[in-house]
Ligand binder design. Sequence first.
Ligand SMILES: O=P(O)(O)OC[C@H]1O[C@H](OP(=O)(O)OP(=O)(O)O)[C@H](O)[C@@H]1O
Ligand SMILES: O=c1[nH]c(=O)c2nc[nH]c2[nH]1
Ligand SMILES: [Mg+2]
Length: 175
Amino acid sequence: MAGEAPELSAQERAGRPFPVSWDQFHRDCRALTWRLNEVGPFHAVIAITRGGLVPAAIVARELGLRVIDTVCIASYDHDKQGELQVLKGISDQAMKLGGGTGKGLLIVDDLVDTGKTGKLVREMLPDAHFATVYAKPKGRPLVDTFITEVSQDTWIFFPWDTALSYHPPLRDGAA
Ligand SMILES: O=P(O)(O)OC[C@H]1O[C@H](OP(=O)(O)OP(=O)(O)O)[C@H](O)[C@@H]1O
Ligand SMILES: O=c1[nH]c(=O)c2nc[nH]c2[nH]1
Ligand SMILES: [Mg+2]
């Protein structure tokens, strides 16, 4: 409607950028694994795609786990959150490994923000252990293990979503 302010994306609302390099992400995933090693053993990893695929590979490698399943959920179109869509559920085989409730299964995602995605997967696997690399305060209560908490007004930029580019000097008005 004319005169109405344009809707801000989640990223615009967040405002504060938190860029993460591949090196930093790898280090944070390893740190997460140190913690998870105290909690396991786990039968299998359930990666929440797509962001959970990268940490799931690193965590599974470190924990010596070879069974990895996915739950495929779309929520953000780039940086706007819409209705959650479950595009693929957890396989029957993985469900069986978790005794139907997720006991002994490790759910992995890159982050929790509002917690909507995590809540949905927790409902599917109430007894699973839920780990993320990063957590914002709203989603944090849903997570069993995470490494770094960032404020709710932060937008995390992952290395697979970004590329190196020119940044103007501060004196030319760069933020
Ligand atoms: O706590 P929430 O507010 O639900 O947000 C967290 C979810 O959002 C992102 O996924 P996204 O839906 O962008 O899909 P992607 O993993 O395929 O990038 C991220 O990877 C988490 O899964
Ligand atoms: O790349 C991302 N960074 C974030 O901070 C975020 N929050 C939800 N979904 C997200 N995706
Ligand atoms: Mg995701």
